[in-house]
Every structure is written in C-alpha cells, then in structure tokens.
Design a protein around this ligand. Structure first.
Ligand code: 13P
Ligand code: SF4
Length: 323
C-alpha cells in the first residue's frame, strides 16, 4: 500500500527506513492530526487521519483537539486551519503548494473590484488567500455554495469570488444574479469537451460526473455535478458501474476503495499532458510530510489582524452550512 514508505537509508539518510512507521511515531510526539485532501497522492491519503473535501477538512480543523495539524493539501487549506486554530502548530509539507485559483485573485486588485461595487456583499470560495477571506463577508466551499447563496436575501447584491465557473454554476442553481470575479482553476478549466464526448461514445455505459470548477461545456455533459465528497458519495450510491470523472484524478483512489468493482475513467485534458493533475497538490510527498513533522516546519503563520478578519466569514460559513 505505501509504495514509497520503504526507502533505502543510504539514499536518504534523514529519513527512517519505514516512513509510515516514522510518521506514526512523530504523530504521537506532536499530538498531531494529519488532514489530507482527496487530490493528494494515494500514499498520503492512506497515512491521513482524515481525508475529505474542503468543507469536511475545515470542520475537522475547527473541531480537532490535537496540538498540531499537518495539512496535506494546498496553502489556502492549511491557512484556513490556522485561521481557525491560532494556537496550534499548522504544518504544510511544501510551502510552494499553492493554488492557481487563489492566485488568480490578488488582494489589491480585489480591493479595487470591491470598491467598484458598493453595497455588494462578498461571498468567497474557500480557495482564496487569507487576505481575500479577510475582505469577504461569507466563505463557501463547493459543497455548500448553493445552500449559502440561497440564504442571502433576494434584494442583496452579491459579489462571488474567485471562481467564475463555480459562481456561474451557483447562479444557475439559485436563479440569482451575482457579480463574478474572473478567476479559474488551471486543472478544471483544462478538461477537453471533445475528448469527454469521445469517451462517452466509446463507453456508452459510463456516467459523466464533474466538479463545478469545470468550464460550462464540460458541465453540460455531466449527469451529476458536485464537490469531491459529493462525487464520491454519488459513485457509491449510483447503480452505474462506470464513470467518466471530470475532476482531479487523485479522488479516484478513494472511489476505487469505496466503490470496488466499478470503473473510473479520468476525464482527459486538452493536450497530451498530465494537466488534469493539480501540480500544487502533487508537490506534497510522504517524505516531505515526514520531514515537516520532524522539523516542525514549514509552519503556517498569519498576521493576527488578517486572521481575525478572515475568521468572521469562515465562522459564518460554518454556521450557515449547518442551517
Ligand atoms: P472541494 O471543495 O471539492 O474539496 O474542492 C477543492 C478544490 O480545490 C477543487 O479544485
Ligand atoms: Fe487550486 Fe485547482 Fe489545484 Fe484545486 S485543483 S488546489 S482549485 S489549482
């Protein structure tokens, strides 16, 4: 199961012979919890205490009694854990694990955008920096965005940031007009509609499913649209035996575990590259996870003023998603 867990000591002297065992020892020493997103490598998913989508991981981060949170995900996710847990040590195995969507919304430009739309409240997708969260009124994730926007009074103008595709999808589902920030995810905007149609012809029994970060032409071919957790639940409950999966293919590891015997076909990107894999998520490795725990670094820190401003819309999300 842990394909990279057994390493040759002479090649990597800083690492233990059994990496999995080493991580378990450090976990006890640190009283740590390891949270992993579905887009992480299978080894990392298998070593985690909790695997989930952004909402589930935020909830877990909000409720954990551990002293340290090791976040196997990307920077905004670890930052979210720190926003919720200022007194805990929050570690991210590779500080360069960013997010193209979060990067598509720089704080200065967003402040000007907000100023150009007075009277609007800001709903921000959790895939954004702490600085953007601090400028927002409510945070949402892909699993609660529709539910949250439905709770906003009809006559209240809304800015939705930073993902234009999720924003457009929420507008369709709720019938609400919103002002969209033009951000997108480099992985989800890259799926090829043409190749998905071809796959549907080759596999007529397969059901196409997609994450709402995908572009509208891809979403139009999907029989079901949902967050990573929702897609996972769907493939387990569905009577279908085959699925074309238009989201990062890391999720297929859990799909295979939870729906054994079913066939999962990753939706292909436009060019012949591995661009359907998130290069940021994939920067994390089991080795870096071990070293982060051993060195108690890289640690996530946030200026207290920003953290407090970002906490308020996060708490609103956690309350509104329970409503
Ligand atoms: P989820 O909310 O489904 O976890 O999505 C997070 C993400 O980064 C998708 O690209
Ligand atoms: Fe960001 Fe896209 Fe990677 Fe998700 S898949 S972390 S939105 S770049």
């Amino acid at each position: 199961m842990f394909t990279t867990a057994l390493l040759r000591r002479d090649q990597t002297p800083a690492l233990p012979h059994d990496l999995f065992e080493g991580i378990q020892v450090l976990k006890k020493e640190l009283n740590a919890v390891i949270l992993a997103h579905y887009y992480q490598d299978p080894d990392i998913q298998d070593v985690a205490d909790c695997i989930g989508d952004s909402l589930e991981l935020s909830r877990k981060a909000a409720s954990t009694s551990a002293d340290a949170i090791v976040f196997a995900g990307v920077h905004f996710m670890a930052e979210t854990a720190k926003i919720l847990n200022p007194d805990k040590l929050v570690l991210l195995p590779d500080l360069n694990a960013g997010c193209s969507l979060a990067d598509s919304c720089p704080p200065e430009a967003f402040a000007a955008f907000k100023a150009a739309h007075p009277g609007h409240i800001v709903v921000s997708y959790i895939n954004c920096s702490a600085a953007i969260k601090a400028m927002s009124d409510i945070i949402c994730t892909s699993s609660n965005a529709v539910k949250i926007v439905r709770q906003i009074p009809e006559d209240q103008p809304v800015i939705f940031a930073p993902d234009r595709n999720l924003g457009r999808y929420v507008m369709e589902q709720t019938g609400r007009e919103m002002v969209l920030w033009e951000g997108s995810c480099m992985v989800h905007e890259n799926f090829s509609e043409k190749k998905i149609v071809q796959l549907k012809i080759e596999h007529p029994e397969a059901v196409a499913i997609a994450h709402p970060e995908c572009e509208p032409p891809v979403l139009r071919h999907a029989s079901y649209i949902g967050s990573t957790s929702a897609l996972l639940k769907y493939v387990q409950a569905s009577p279908s035996k085959a699925f074309i999966v238009a989201t990062e293919p890391g999720i297929i590891h859990q799909m295979q575990k939870l729906a054994p015997g079913k066939h999962f076909i990753p939706a292909p990107p436009v060019s012949n590259c591995a661009c359907n894999e998130c290069p940021h998520m994939r920067l994390n490795t089991l080795e870096k996870l071990y070293l982060a725990m051993k060195n108690r670094s890289p640690e996530i820190t946030i200026p207290e003023e920003t953290r407090l401003a970002a906490l308020r819309p996060m708490q609103r999300m956690l309350e509104m998603s329970m409503a």
